[in-house]
Design a protein around this ligand. Structure first.
Ligand SMILES: NC(=O)c1ccc[n+]([C@@H]2O[C@H](COP(=O)([O-])OP(=O)(O)OC[C@H]3O[C@@H](n4cnc5c(N)ncnc54)[C@H](O)[C@@H]3O)[C@@H](O)[C@H]2O)c1
Length: 253
């Protein structure tokens, strides 16, 4: 039996592809109505179509998560339309492009922090008042395995994702009295548009060989964790950073 999200409304950012799409499809299958966001209108429309085939309501809006005022406005309109937002999945993100530390420009740094951190911070600020009023909320941020142990090719990515851990822990404390749980998922390697660029078959094979479970993440491995954190079965879990990664962190890749 799978965890139910019947009657819940979830807002998922960056849902136009990859991990965000898998969150949308799985949460819709499990009974949630959805508000999905992305910058990429085509990808977002495909996600919305897939998710709507489960029978629930799906609202989509194209917007840049780093535009704080615009996101708040569009989120508020969608919240009015569906009546509430119970679950927020801050998933939109950009990769570190495998940049060496000296090559991270101010532009690359600002873009990284604006999308990964500022977008999550202020979108959370936009949904929290409604959650407080209803005394219910599940907020799930998207960190990374590279926030847990760092990495050697994208310090700005690790830094932004690590900051999300601090945000997660602080909000878990601050919002607990309103029955709002705040957690983060820290994915291991998942083959998506973000991670497939510039990788050959041989490189991927080597990568998999280093994973204790000897496989890459399946399409829904992150989504299962997030759907669980979003469900009533996770009502006693807050301030946690959970990393589905096939055991990679054990061996410190
Ligand atoms: N794939 C991995 O191995 C991996 C590992 C750790 C963490 N993550 C994190 O998981 C999340 C999803 O990554 P993914 O691998 O599915 O990548 P992806 O590139 O497939 O998906 C990211 C989505 O976010 C959207 N997006 C980017 N900037 C945006 C913005 N400013 N506003 C709105 N939408 C925007 C993109 O259009 C895209 O659809 C990211 O936060 C990423 O950092 C991924």
């Amino acid at each position: 039996m799978s965890v139910s999200l019947d009657g819940r409304v979830a807002l998922i950012t960056g849902a136009g592809s990859g991990i965000g799409r898998s969150h949308a499809v799985l949460m819709a299958e499990r009974g949630a109505d959805l508000i999905v966001n992305d910058l990429n209108s085509e990808g977002l429309a495909e996600t919305a179509e897939c998710a709507a085939s489960s029978g629930g309501k799906v609202i989509q809006f194209v917007h840049d998560v780093s535009d704080v005022a615009g996101m708040a406005r569009k989120t508020q309109a969608a919240e009015v339309e569906l009546g509430k937002i119970d679950i927020l999945v801050n998933n939109a993100g950009v990769s570190g492009e495998r940049l060496a530390f000296e090559d991270v420009t101010e532009y690359a740094y600002d873009r990284m922090v604006d999308i990964n951190l500022k977008g999550s911070f202020f979108l959370t600020q936009a949904v929290v008042p409604g959650m407080k009023k209803r005394r219910y909320g599940k907020i799930i941020n998207t960190s990374s395995m590279y926030a847990l142990g760092g990495n050697n090719v994208a310090a700005h990515y690790s830094a932004a994702k690590s900051a999300l851990s601090g945000l997660t822990n602080s909000l878990a404390r601050e919002l607990a009295e309103w029955n709002i749980m705040v957690n983060a998922v820290a994915p291991g390697f998942v083959l998506t548009g973000m991670t497939s660029r510039g990788r050959d078959r041989e490189g991927l094979k080597k990568r998999v060989e280093q994973v204790p479970l000897k496989r890459m993440s399946g399409e829904f491995d992150m989504a299962y964790t997030v759907a669980f954190l979003a469900s009533d079965e996770a009502d006693f879990i807050t301030g946690q950073i959970i990393s589905p990664n096939g055991g990679e962190r054990i061996v410190g890749i």
